[in-house]
Design a binder for this molecule. Structure first.
Ligand SMILES: [Zn+2]
Length: 183
């Protein structure tokens, strides 16, 4: 009898926790004016709308030692590499993971990469919990910026509902120079 009551209480408490987590997420994301992915998408980055919780906090000088000047420009200064020039634009090797070139955190599995023809590596989903997202209003455009959650490095942008026949109908447009492929 006590077992039944205790299990029921556990279920209720789990539901309350899920409910509060969901609403918390909604409030955080609302402040960024970002439309949440639909329930059918598997994106995990929706829980991380702030870039303030990154684990690595290196100074610009420390990053300059770690990165090439080109990587620094994109990862730390939100630059963009020239389309069609990146190492991984047409790279479709299987059974590997694309890691952050700044901190080595795993970001994208090779089976989520697809050929978008846009000139930059394209992925339809990330490794769970790997990214943070921000609304980016630079250059007169309203875009969704993606960063590495671990080091805060700029990766690129996410575009939604473009009609690609992928499980999420999203395109994570990522600069090659921000990635390092590993088997
Ligand atoms: Zn990183």
């Amino acid at each position: 009898m006590f077992g039944v009551i205790s299990n029921s209480l556990k279920t209720i408490s789990n539901r309350l926790y899920t409910f509060s987590l969901f609403n918390h997420t909604k409030i955080i994301c609302h402040s960024t004016r970002y439309t949440l992915p639909t329930a059918t998408t598997t994106n995990s980055y929706r829980y991380f709308c702030s870039n303030n919780n990154k684990k690595m906090n290196l100074s610009d000088d420390e990053w300059r030692v770690k990165l090439t000047p080109e990587q620094f420009k994109v990862l730390r200064q939100k630059g963009t590499e020239r389309g069609g020039t990146g190492e991984y634009d047409k790279h479709f090797e299987k059974d590997g993971v694309y890691h952050c070139a700044g901190c080595d955190a795993p970001l994208y599995k090779s089976d989520s990469k697809f050929d978008s023809g846009c000139g930059w590596p394209a992925f339809f989903d990330s490794v769970p919990g790997a990214l943070t997202i921000h609304e980016d209003n630079s250059f007169g455009m309203k875009r969704i910026e993606i960063c590495c959650k671990n080091c805060g490095g700029h990766l690129g942008h996410v575009f939604k509902n473009e009609g690609f026949k992928t499980p999420t109908n999203e395109r994570h447009c990522v600069n090659s120079i921000c990635l390092k492929f590993k088997k």
